[in-house]
Design a protein around this ligand. Structure first.
Ligand SMILES: Cc1ncc(COP(=O)(O)O)c(C=O)c1O
Length: 420
């Protein structure tokens, strides 16, 4: 079946606007610049997951399911929109969320709660003696066990559960963004844009993969550039290519994908857009969130769109994308601004009551402990594999990296002044 033949629900308000950002153009002395407002698509405060859910929830209903179950971090936007979709079509919803239940509900968790979602937390797993891969496998097992338990619980009550993967990023979910391409082509024509570079976030990759596939399938004059939002991501261009090819095969799109064809900016020193970590507050991202708010009264979020906008502006300023037809894809996520960790980080900037030094130090220590564990684990793996020289090199590099990261974090958490 071709993408146009696959049935879907109507959950969002489409087409979403394609807006000029004239004040940003003035600030950057460039232009014309555009933003595609996926954040304004209506349902549940909007965002990129709505297009994917239109396809996924349709399939859930076709299969006679009564409950949607999905996964994510505690602040998952995808989770919030899955719950919203469930509410709209009269289904129940369960979110399986990473880590322990937080002491205080904030950001997306408040919206999930208000919509009546069943929130289950995976908890922590004992990482002692495990390298990163072993830890990942054990954690994944815990997620699967919990999923099984929840499904059985729901089935005993006569419900049928439809499981949606992280970010809604499977073959079917990607169709949502394949199908945004004809919509954008029409809008480009109306604006007199002959070609465009579309800059989007790259998390679980469904949005990037769908757009790339759609641009190839519809022969659109659109170059898709993805900005990775997680400096520790496991994705590579190869794995994204495999995903694109799987989705292409599933929906009869005869598209060839080579890793070198993909433009994805993973974290590097010269492309530091992903910041300090997944959903970790950082002042750089915040300064771009502020730039967009000050120039266009458009709000971005600290976990995804702030980072993507950082990449968008930097690529423009370095001349890597042409200003004529540079489109920033606003994928939503604004409730993240009011997540506990980001609210705290914002207090100094906005003149609110600052967290005490002890509170900031505790957050910093927890964060560093996690990163140190990851580094030690990967070094341990090398040691056990006997890669001695690489191990020693990595150990030295690791120390240097830790030092600079500790310093960056001390700054980010306001525990040392800039230039100290
Ligand atoms: C606001 C926002 N932007 C971008 C993304 C990344 O999209 P994807 O997971 O399809 O790569 C997400 C994913 O959760 C998101 O919530």
């Amino acid at each position: 079946m071709k993408p146009e033949e696959v049935s879907k629900l109507s959950l969002g308000i489409y087409p979403t606007p394609l807006e000029r950002m004239e004040r940003l153009e003035k600030r950057l002395e460039t232009g014309p610049l555009y933003v595609k407002r996926e954040d304004l698509c209506g349902m549940g405060l909007g965002g990129n997951k709505v297009r994917k859910l239109e396809y996924l929830v349709q399939e859930a209903l076709e299969q006679g399911c009564t409950t949607l179950l999905t996964y994510g971090g505690p602040q998952t936007n995808h989770g919030r929109l899955t719950v919203a979709a469930a509410v709209r079509v009269g289904m129940k919803s369960v979110l399986i969320l990473d880590g322990e239940r937080p002491e205080r509900m904030s950001g997306n968790l408040i919206l999930d709660g208000l919509m009546g979602a069943d929130l289950r937390f995976v908890g922590e797993v004992d990482s002692e003696g495990l390298d990163r891969e072993a830890y990942r496998i054990r954690y994944e097992q815990k997620v699967q066990d919990l999923t099984q338990k929840v499904i059985e619980e729901y089935e005993r009550r006569g419900e049928k559960v439809y499981v949606i993967p992280v970010g809604g990023s499977n073959e079917r979910g990607a169709l949502g963004y394949v199908q945004m391409i004809p919509e954008l082509m029409k809008q480009m024509e109306e604006e007199g844009l002959e070609s465009a570079t579309l800059v989007c976030g790259a998390g679980s990759m469904g949005t990037f993969a769908g757009l790339w596939l759609g641009a190839a399938y519809y022969h659109a004059p659109i170059r898709v550039a993805g900005i990775s939002i997680n400096p520790q991501t496991d994705f590579t261009k190869e794995s994204v290519c495999e995903y694109i090819e799987r989705a292409g095969r599933a929906y009869e799109m005869d598209v060839d994908c080579q890793p070198e064809d993909l433009e994805i900016y993973f974290y590097t020193k010269n492309a530091p857009y992903a910041g300090l970590g997944y959903n970790v507050p950082d002042p750089d991202t915040m300064s771009y969130i502020r730039m967009m708010a000050e120039t266009e009264a458009i709000f971005l979020d600290p976990c995804y769109t702030g980072k993507v906008f950082h990449g968008y502006v930097d690529l423009l300023q370095k001349g890597k994308i042409s200003p004529r037809g540079a489109i920033f894809l606003h994928t939503g996520g604004v409730p993240g601004l009011w997540a506990e960790e980001h609210m705290s980080a914002l207090q100094t900037m906005l003149g609110g009551r600052e967290d005490s030094a002890e509170e900031r130090l505790n957050r910093l220590l927890a964060d560093m402990a996690r990163e140190q564990r990851e580094l030690t684990e990967s070094m341990e793996t090398m040691k056990t594999r006997g890669q001695d020289r690489t191990y020693r090199f990595k150990e030295q590099m690791g120390r240097k990296l830790m030092n600079s990261q500790i310093y960056a974090k001390l700054q980010a958490y306001g525990l040392v002044e800039k230039g100290e």
